[in-house]
Design a protein around this ligand. Sequence first.
Ligand SMILES: Cc1cc2nc3c(=O)[nH]c(=O)nc-3n(C[C@H](O)[C@H](O)[C@H](O)COP(=O)(O)O)c2cc1C
Length: 301
Amino acid sequence: MKHVLFVYFSQSGQLEEIAHSIAAPFLNDSDIVVDFYEIKMVHAFPFPWDSKSFFNTFPESFRQIPEEIHPPAPKILGSNYDLILLHYQVWFLSPSIPINSFLKSNYAKQIFAKKPVVSVSGSRNMWALAQDKVKKLLIDLDSELVGNIALTDRNHNLISVVTIVDWLFSGVKRHAYGIFPLPGVSSNEIQGASMFGKTILGCLKQGSYQWMQRALVKQGAVDYRFFLVSMDQKGNKMFKVWSRIILENPKNRRRLIRFFKYYVVFAIYGISPIVYLIELIFFPILYFLKYKKERKHFQGL
Ligand SMILES: Cc1cc2nc3c(=O)[nH]c(=O)nc-3n(C[C@H](O)[C@H](O)[C@H](O)COP(=O)(O)O)c2cc1C
């Protein structure tokens, strides 16, 4: 009998759906006991969001400053899991505050120590550097990352910005303005995620995760796009500066957050298309200098 834990946080229910889809093969197997643990914040974040609260989470999200969470049930804390699947979303290029808060807690230390972990992100599309931060948190917990799944909105970057804003600020997954595609991870991909569950279950039963990540990547579990990683890297550099300025000036926080919001809009619609064009022109050179290595890193562990 194997014992598997599915950890998640989700505002819209998207990551919960993903977790349940991946869990389906485990739930259908009589040799496996499955537990779900939903992270609950003491001070919950709003959903749907309003612009002020959304951008106000930026400095603490990016700097990975934890907040208080409700303790997991004693059953979860007392179990000795054979495998843990950690489902997280990205907030401002970092794991979300609820995920950081849990992974930095003593509860996580108790549950995760010496355990194999599969990370599963469900983000708009910019997950790569957040995954590096999750890796670090897992090392701090003395757990072992054995697999990674990165599910995204596969639409064009600029389109997914419009659709996610409509979704997060209305609370409804709908065709924005009647013409845009649906936001977030597609329902086909969410339902299809059970095939990743099958692969993971097979490895758990065999007692070896050696080939698992390669198999998951073959199944399309990791959406790597060179341009998005490049924007993520540049964004991290700029966010470092912005978050420092905002946190060091608490009296001017509201005004600085407003400037930051204008900066983000300008970076997405003003700077990113230019960077994209330049990187597209230099793609053949950059492929050998940079992208080939990066693909290996972000599709691997
Ligand atoms: C405050 C905030 C910041 C976000 N920042 C990012 C980001 O930097 N990159 C990204 O790909 N998605 C970003 N997202 C989208 C989330 O990763 C996620 O896809 C979405 O919020 C749905 O997750 P849910 O399951 O919690 O509803 C952000 C969402 C929120 C609420």
